[in-house]
Write a protein that binds this ligand. Sequence first.
Ligand SMILES: [Mg+2]
Length: 318
Amino acid sequence: MASEFDLIRRHFTRAPHHTDLAVGDDAALLAPRPGMQLVVSTDMLVAGTHFLADAEPESLGWKALAVNLSDLAAMGAEPRWAVLALALPSADEAWIADLARGFFACAAAFKVDLAGGDTTRGALNLCPTVFGEVPTGQALLRSGARPGDDLWISGQPGRAALGLAHLRRETSLAAAREDCLLALHRPQPRVELGLALRGLASAMLDVSDGLLGDLGHILACSGVGAVVDEAALPLAPLLATGADPALVRRCLLAGGDDYELLFTAPPAGRDQLEALGRSLCLPLHRIGQITDQATTLLLRDTHGRYSPVAAVGYDHFR
Ligand SMILES: [Mg+2]
């Protein structure tokens, strides 16, 4: 019977495109292009915490890399390399082959080389580290928001949380069930949008723990406040699923796992951003404004009334 080491070598080795020395030696050799800063991020996925232990392995492989690439997208960085540390409870070859297929589908879609990794026997745990590049000084940070900037969100936040609620039988979705499950299992890192926002956005992050909670990070890092305009939130497509309106609202404002980009930009960039959304076929919603009231987050309802909100997101240690 093949060892886990052989299985990993069989299923996790692909010819590299832009790596000087990849899987097979003691370490990888990576060369960022001249004028570029290396952008590095790691995000661990643990069975029972981030996914169910019986999760479908091909989607899991995709998602493990995709959520890491989302962090590069949030910095305006171009993905280049990944390394993967993997703990597996058993050497199930069919399972490993499916995991690898999903991982490499995502790697191919975003032109990422797997440059190395490690595998060990243990509770199921996937820990990719990703490396990207950004022209020196052009990375988009959480700290750049200024009073008067518009607040934008990409795509359709809330779908992944609705998909999860469906799987947990907390709701049944009459429509768009597949879209919600795809958002949960195969998130699309907004890499192209992140690159296009260099020089346009003033601050950015990816929404992994919920829109309001992650917005709180921008407010804290930038020392600003924000008003979120409920009428501008993309609620209608979620309500069309037939789910309970209160659940829909909670999924949109506090649901994680969609990996959309939340960013701020000066109002002078509105036309350019609307054109950008059209050219990428990705809706960009202008959902509010940055204020000078440090870290105060207000919701303006459809009657024009303001109410303060606690930034609510997912905190692993809460
Ligand atoms: Mg992030």
